[in-house]
Design a binder for this molecule. Structure first.
Ligand code: NAD
Length: 442
């Protein structure tokens, strides 16, 4: 079992390699997207990774320590403890939207817990996958950490391997297939899936502030983020103000689109067509669109799609049924907080929930009355950056966690141990039974 020093050495190697490869990794992601801002990759992928490594460096000794537990009367004298052991080899399946962070962040947890790992990079981010493969081969032996690249055929074979733990990040639909494959080997899974994460604004909260934080969450990576706000529940009287403030915030961040390096493209033509299909379907069913394209640029020969608000969205529209995963935001209105929470609770449990309200009692009530993988109060997406809290979904948005202590535990086997010394009272508990002793205990 790798000791503390070996684990720290592995984490350090990874840390140094990320720094050394930083600009090449950023360029590879931009290449895969055809355009993504260097700052976005740095802020959303590289920095949280380095923070995650620093977290485990700081906490590892404490996390690895066996924990003493309660000794029942019947076992005394004894020592009862939990020891955390690496599970073995962790498989990690990676999506395209944050192809560095979603590969290496689970890896950091797996290495901290003393495991070896195999990763399957996304076929839709091939430049990043190949570069990470090269980077890993320079710092790790192949039987320590290995990365494979390839499409669905490779992914299918990969998920059939008898891993000791499998982390899958991707869609809910593929998550089901992966869990079935893992079941054949009785491999435990962590499923980091998608969903429709709501943003709810309380009527007393300043609408411009909420609009600006939601615009930030929708603009990053052009909404191709698992925790991007998927729809907004806005007090009815503030609907127009929200749309106008949101459009202003997006325009300030992205005054042009076509050649703007800060505005990320949609990853593939197929994904762009999917998103345009949602808009077409919504308009045909009576929705009104507010397209935020400040210069009115023609983007038809690019993979860029303007941020678009959708008003009058209804349940029968595809964009209210499927996870959007792009720069489209339906804005729904509500008359009472109960109604807004009812709407959320009548739908599948989301990966994230965002609530805007200065009143912390009400915010606590919203947290207590809703289920979501994680949540932010008065912000969007920042919970992913907090390295000391677990990250993971619930129900169709996923199962299990990584990051922080929970991540370490997920990749460890908690082994329960009873230690007996020279004096062993239980040694006297043996047949022939008689019944005097047991009657006394009950
Ligand atoms: P996807 O499910 O299409 O693919 C993810 C990975 O699974 C890829 O590596 C792919 O090769 C592999 N794969 C595809 N078909 C497979 C099969 N039949 N068997 C085994 N593996 C298979 O997802 P995507 O399009 O890459 O990513 C978008 C989805 O991921 C969205 O739903 C998003 O919400 C979700 N996501 C979730 C998180 C999270 O942390 N919860 C993070 C990012 C993305």
């Amino acid at each position: 079992m790798p000791d503390h020093k070996t684990r720290i050495t592995r984490l350090d190697k990874l840390h140094n390699a990320i720094l050394e490869y930083r600009s090449r990794l950023i360029a590879a992601v931009s290449n895969d997207f055809s355009n993504r801002a260097a700052a976005e990759t740095d802020i959303a992928e590289i920095m949280p990774l380095l923070d995650g490594i620093a977290y485990y460096r700081r906490k590892l000794r404490r996390l690895m320590k066996p924990r003493n537990r309660h000794v029942p009367l019947t076992l005394m004298p004894a020592k009862v403890e939990v020891r955390y052991q690496p599970v073995g080899v962790v498989g990690i399946v990676v999506p395209w939207n944050f192809p560095i962070f979603l590969a290496l962040s689970p890896l950091v947890g797996a290495l901290a817990a003393g495991n070896r790992a195999m990763l399957k990079a996304s076929e839709f981010a091939p430049a990043t996958g190949e570069l990470m493969q090269q980077m890993m081969s320079e710092i790790f032996d192949e039987d320590e950490v290995a990365i494979v690249t390839g499409g669905v055929d490779v992914a299918t074979e990969f998920t059939k391997l008898p891993f000791d733990h499998l982390v899958f990040t991707g869609s809910t639909q593929v998550g089901r297939i992966v869990m079935r494959a893992a079941a054949e080997n009785l491999t435990p899974v962590t499923l980091e899936l998608g969903g429709k994460s709501p943003a709810i604004i309380h009527e007393e909260f300043p609408i411009a502030k909420a609009a600006s934080r939601i615009a930030f969450g929708k603009g990053i990576n052009a909404g191709q983020v698992c925790v991007s706000p998927d729809y907004v529940l806005c007090p009815r009287d503030s609907l127009n103000a929200f749309c106008s403030e949101f459009a202003d915030a997006i325009t300030t961040s992205y005054p042009t689109l076509r050649t703007n390096q800060d505005y990320t493209s949609i990853i593939t033509d197929r994904q762009k067509e999917r998103l345009e299909g949602y808009l077409k379907d919504a308009v045909e069913k009576g929705a009104e669109l507010i397209t935020i394209n400040p210069q009115g640029e023609d983007l038809s020969d690019t993979r860029k799609l303007p941020v678009t608000l959708v008003l009058n969205a209804t349940e029968d529209m595809m964009l209210m049924q499927e996870e959007i995963f792009g720069p489209i935001l339906p804005v729904l209105s509500y008359d009472s907080l109960d109604e807004a929470l009812g709407f959320v609770n009548n739908r599948p449990r989301p990966l994230a929930l965002y609530y805007f309200d200065w009143n912390s009692n009400r915010a606590n009530e919203v947290l207590a009355r809703t289920h979501s993988g994680g949540a932010c109060i008065n912000d969007t997406m920042s919970h992913v950056m907090a390295d000391d809290i677990p990250f993971g979904g619930i129900g169709p948005s996923g199962m299990g966690h990584y990051h922080g202590e929970e991540g370490f535990r997920a990749f460890s086997k908690a082994k329960g141990v009873v230690r007996k010394g020279r004096i062993n009272s239980t040694a006297f508990v043996a047949p022939p039974w008689g019944n005097v002793m047991y009657r006394g205990l009950m």
